[in-house]
Design a protein. Structure first.
Lengths: 276, 308
């Protein structure tokens, strides 16, 4: 032992913090986020590099090669138009993927029990995993932003809106990943939602084009796609133009985040997918 | 106040299996308590309810007076659990696993690191603290789970077959460590298939079978209830036939080995005296079956009614 203070004080000690204090919960929350961050860094080849490579390919192919023939979009250069969309796509994909893989992995190998037996309330556990997803989503978002600067000149119209839209989107999709992981019984079910729901919605969510190009019926249909609001709110922060009302977009993102958080905590309280 | 108190605990799984059929059980503070039973008896379900990994169907359970229905967080804070199956992240190191677990219990990182060092050293894992835990041996993994369960200094430590698959040397050192922890005031509930382990370590015992507690007593009282024991005697010289000793049932196993059943009213001295008078010298002896194992089998199999 390094020093006398390091010696445990025994089970009857009063030195240990009370489990239900705000401080103890804050420590627990930080511990989950720290563990998630260490995981992201430990497997950086799976968590950070793929999105960076994908974004570079998109910029080269859709921006530099095809983009030149497309011309301006939404009143700006096509490269400038798609850059915010591609950053947002990285945020969406990574925040979702982080939570769904980490939480399902914890269920699969049973180390989620480390948290379930602890006195941490379920809402703190949900917040911790969501925090981990937000960290990865925003970290990869920053990496893709740096890459985009090699291809496009990014103007900043409203920094707070950029940060707010990025953060809310990361929260919503982290919660989506959490819910997916709760219900998933195998790895196939972990991949099902990203492949068949998330990717199509993202591609039709205004990442590569303005919905003004679509026929009227398709435009109406697009308004049912929540990703359209996220991408456009984020793009508005850069370009000052949007296909949707920005206030509505922020309202929807906040409502989605709140509703999904409540659902996740209620399901955790019932032990769905975890307790028999 | 009991360390653990269950009243009318019932658990019926979705598939209809009734794992617990009204379990009443009190474990005193400071006890070293054995919870024994055959596979599928309900031990792990009972532990799962106490640690909130299993939802109960009915009944009540309190941990140091904290009802798990009303005061779950406080109840959980009192418990450290070592599960039957390895359940840590194989890609994390022992140090990360133990320090993080302390964090989940609200312990600041500086203190968590100090305690992790203490328990990892105690359990001979400090040298492997930076190893990826997947590469640890079976015994190391078990010890790591004990260190993890102790890092928040629980008042109640629940060990679900902690020494399964652990070699005898490490098992003995784990026994010494658990005795030390218990002497410091931690209540311990132990389930094990090594009945010698339960007999050696535990002061109180409950036997669960078919979802019900079929026996609950002091270990010493239970062992005293054995009506007879069978001893194996190793002889210095060969015997051609079974020696005739009145009042004792004796069997010849081979030239140098006899088995004798001794009831509570009889004494071993009587056997030795009579064998010596026939020129037969006993060089060593042992119980044929562990005493607790004998009682356990009788209770579980119902071979001798409800009482041994």
């Amino acid at each position: 032992m390094s020093d006398a203070a390091a010696a445990p004080t025994g089970p009857t000690s009063t030195a240990a913090p009370l489990p239900n204090t705000t401080h103890a919960r804050w420590v627990g929350f930080r511990t989950i986020i720290r563990r998630e961050f260490e995981r992201i860094i430990r497997i950086w080849g799976q968590t950070i590099v793929p999105s960076a490579v994908t974004a570079t390919l998109y910029f080269v192919i859709f921006g530099a090669l095809i983009g030149r023939r497309i011309g301006p979009m939404g009143g700006v250069d096509y490269m400038q138009f798609i850059a915010p969309g591609l950053i947002m796509m990285a945020v969406i994909t990574n925040s979702y993927a982080n939570v769904v893989s980490s939480f399902f992995g914890a269920k699969f190998s049973k180390h989620v029990e480390e948290l379930l037996v602890s006195p941490l309330p379920n809402w703190v556990i949900v917040l911790g995993y969501v925090g981990g997803g937000v960290v990865r989503g925003l970290l990869v978002g920053v990496v893709v932003t740096v890459i985009s600067l090699l291809f496009a000149k990014l103007a900043i119209h409203h920094l707070l809106l950029i940060a707010g839209a990025g953060l809310l989107t990361a929260i919503v999709f982290s919660l989506g990943g959490f819910l997916n992981a709760m219900f998933a019984k195998n790895f196939e079910q972990v991949n099902w939602i990203p492949s068949f729901v998330l990717t199509p919605l993202t591609y039709f969510g205004g990442v590569f084009f303005s919905i003004a190009l679509l026929p009227a019926w398709a435009q109406k249909l697009s308004y049912a796609n929540p990703i359209l609001y996220m991408v456009n709110a984020f793009r508005y922060g850069f370009l000052g133009t949007s296909d949707v009302n920005v206030a509505t977009a922020f309202g929807l993102m906040t409502a989605f985040a709140a509703a999904m958080f409540v659902i996740a905590v209620l399901l955790m309280n019932r032990g769905v997918g975890m307790r028999e | 106040m009991h360390a653990l108190s269950a009243q009318g605990l019932v658990k019926t799984y979705k598939n209809g299996v009734q794992a617990l059929k009204g379990v009443d059980l009190d474990v005193e503070q400071g006890d070293f308590f054995a919870l024994l039973g055959p596979n599928g008896a309900g031990k792990t379900t009972l532990i799962g309810i106490a640690t909130s990994l299993v939802n109960k169907t009915g009944g009540r359970l309190e941990v140091f007076g904290h009802d798990i229905d009303r005061d779950l967080e406080a109840a959980k804070a009192c418990i450290g659990v070592v599960p039957q199956e390895v359940n840590f992240n194989f890609f994390e190191t022992p140090l990360e696993i133990v320090v993080n677990q302390a964090g989940f219990y609200g312990i600041d990182r500086r203190i968590a690191k100090q305690r992790a060092e203490h328990y990892l050293r105690k359990l001979a894992l400090w040298d492997r603290r930076h190893s990826i835990s997947r590469g640890l041996s079976g015994g190391m993994k078990r010890r790591l789970m004990i260190a993890r369960a102790l890092v928040h200094e629980p008042r109640l430590l629940i060990l679900d077959e902690p020494t399964a698959g652990v070699d005898i040397e490490i098992r003995r050192s784990m026994w010494d460590f658990l005795r030390e922890i218990n002497a410091q005031g931690t209540t311990i509930i132990l389930t094990t298939h090594y009945l010698e382990e339960a007999e050696t370590l535990c002061r109180d015992i409950a036997i669960i079978a078919g979802g019900r507690i079929v026996e609950r007593d002091r270990m010493a009282s239970l062992l005293r209830r054995l009506k007879s024991e069978v001893f194996v005697l190793n002889l210095r010289d060969a015997v051609a036939s079974v020696p005739r000793i009145e009042g004792y049932s004796m069997t010849r196993i081979d030239d140098h080995t006899l088995e004798v059943e001794v009831s509570k009213e009889q004494s071993l001295n009587g056997i030795f005296v009579r064998l010596a008078s026939q020129g037969i010298e006993v060089v060593s002896m042992r119980n044929k079956v562990n005493r607790l194992e004998e009682i356990f089998m009788r209770l579980v199999d119902g071979r001798q009614g409800a009482r041994p």
